[in-house]
Design a protein around this ligand. Sequence first.
Ligand code: ING
Length: 303
Amino acid sequence: PRIVTMAAAQLGPIPRSETRAQVVERLLVLMRDAAARGADIIVYPEAALTAFFPHWWIEDEAELDSWFETAMPSNETAPLFAEAKRLKIGFHLGYCELAHEQGRKRRFNTAILVDKSGAIIGKYRKIHLPGHAGHEPWRPFQNLEKRYFEIGDLGWRAWRTMGGVMGLMICNDRRWPEAWRVLGLQGTEMVMLGYNTPQHDPAMPQTDPLQDFHNHLSMQAGCYANGTWAVCVAKAGVEEGIMQIGGSCIIAPSGQIVAQALGRGDELVMAACDLDACTPYKETMFNFARHRRPEHYGMIVER
Ligand code: ING
């Protein structure tokens, strides 16, 4: 067995009035609890440092930029890296990244993987951006990720670190089998992802009662079809008037949910994950070398 003890650190709402320093305090409480319970890695949600501002129409550029991190670690997040190094615990953190690259401002919905020495091992920038780019006042709330973020330019990658092959995706990516398969083709044994998912979908209100089902369906299928574990972490609860689903969970390569959150607040969900449990699926049912037929898959990558 190759046991990696994982902690899903679900967050309750982050009010827009809550400072990054106050949020980092909440992250530290969860990190210390996870370390005390033997966690090797703690996984925080998508956009874990602020309210999920893509739900709002923001016209002022300075106001929009105030929701982004211009450095990682930054002054506010440095205590998180320091504590992780002291506790010898790795972590995943979702945040909104403001970079100056290619001579211009670039904004991404980003996640990083940090090892037990506090080093950033991997970074991912969200590729599947849901929602819409313009103000749609008919909606009770917006999803303006297509406006506020660029499409990620780093691909879906996996890194061999902390005892296994670890890969990242973010939120809406989890609904797209292609994201899971690109990670699966790299031998990923542990996927980490965060999400901010409203209970109400203004475009498809008939699916509101199915949000938790669709959430778990997507991720359980992704794990099974690629023989990988996943740690999936919500920012949950009523955040600035919008109810977001919880359901943070740890999923085995069998597709079984081995542990999940009970509430919609700050909550730790733990499991000792045997990465060797991936091997039977990768070597038999989903042995890509033996069974996969890419010569018939062309339509999947046609525009
Ligand atoms: N959130 C949502 C998600 O994919 C969404 C967006 C909600 C799309 C409901 C469709 C229906 O879980 C993010 N941030 O992608």
